[in-house]
Design a protein around this ligand. Structure first.
Ligand code: FPP
Length: 245
């Protein structure tokens, strides 16, 4: 029986969904005596590369943590720089991503961003909605705790208005109220820069994900780094709470 291998090559199939915490832009810049924004700019280059690599490796879903709900605590100039890079990315890359069949989804409280960014995001999602290639999920103004609280609030409202009964609330219905509705849980979560924590990222969804922590800083992340993480994923034994066979 062929389960987790490619029929063509016999090589293990890539994980279906990879999520990445892109950490270390600031340290990359500091090490070179550059302003933090230079690290973020190089971070966008790395991001572009990893989207291409994801397509080449045949990954179905790639989720990138671009801006957390806690990142508002950074100095306003850095927040502006990050928002500027997001604008630029969407303006410059949408056509190419669309041509490559990439479907773009955003998760998080992105509707609270500046109106022009909200419009760019809506346009990106609508333009690419019918694409069948890689689904690129960008987490912006995202935090798992608020995602779970918001889902609970909407479930409570549905119970109050009678469209949902208490008996209907289970793990599947709950997941349907998260930002990630329709997106499978990540199989692999990668974090760069040597930090080993999830930082409020996909806490519900990553319940059985393999976690791979890499020492390199995000701007240095390449296709080879992604392949290394995938190799590590294949060395892990996923048991989902069961014993090994
Ligand atoms: C963490 O590095 C990185 C971020 C907070 C932002 C990641 C953003 C990008 C790669 C670019 C913007 C995204 C898009 C979609 C255009 P850090 O600044 O926390 O690094 P440090 O821990 O070394 O200070």
């Amino acid at each position: 029986m062929v389960t987790n291998t490619s029929l063509k090559t016999g090589a293990p199939s890539p994980p279906r969904h990879i999520a990445i915490i892109m950490d270390g832009n600031g340290r990359w810049a500091k090490a070179r005596g550059l302003p933090r924004v230079a690290g973020h700019q190089r971070g966008v280059d790395a991001l572009r590369g990893v989207v291409e690599a994801g397509q080449e490796l045949g990954i179905d879903y790639l989720t990138l943590y671009a801006f957390s709900s806690e990142n508002w605590k950074r100095p306003p100039t850095e927040v502006d720089d990050l928002m500027g890079l997001l604008r630029l990315y969407l303006r410059r890359e949408l056509r190419e991503l669309h041509r490559n069949g990439v479907r773009i989804r955003f998760i998080g409280e992105w509707r609270r961003l500046a109106l022009d960014i909200v419009k760019l995001i809506e346009d990106a999602e609508q333009t690419t909605a019918g694409n069948m290639g890689l689904t690129l999920v960008i987490a912006v103004n995202y935090g798992s705790h608020s995602e779970i609280v918001e889902a609970s609030r909407r479930i409570a409202a549905a119970v109050i208005d009678g469209s949902l009964t208490l008996d209907e609330i289970n793990e599947t219905t709950f997941a349907g109220y998260l930002y990630t509705v329709g997106i499978p849980n990540p199989d692999l979560v990668i974090r760069t820069s040597g930090e080993q924590r999830l930082s409020n990222f996909l806490l519900w969804q990553a319940c059985y994900a393999e976690l791979v922590f890499m020492d390199l800083l995000w701007p240095d992340f390449t296709k080879q780094s992604l392949e290394q993480a995938v190799d590590e994923f294949h060395r892990r034994e996923r048991r989902y709470g069961a014993t090994s066979g």
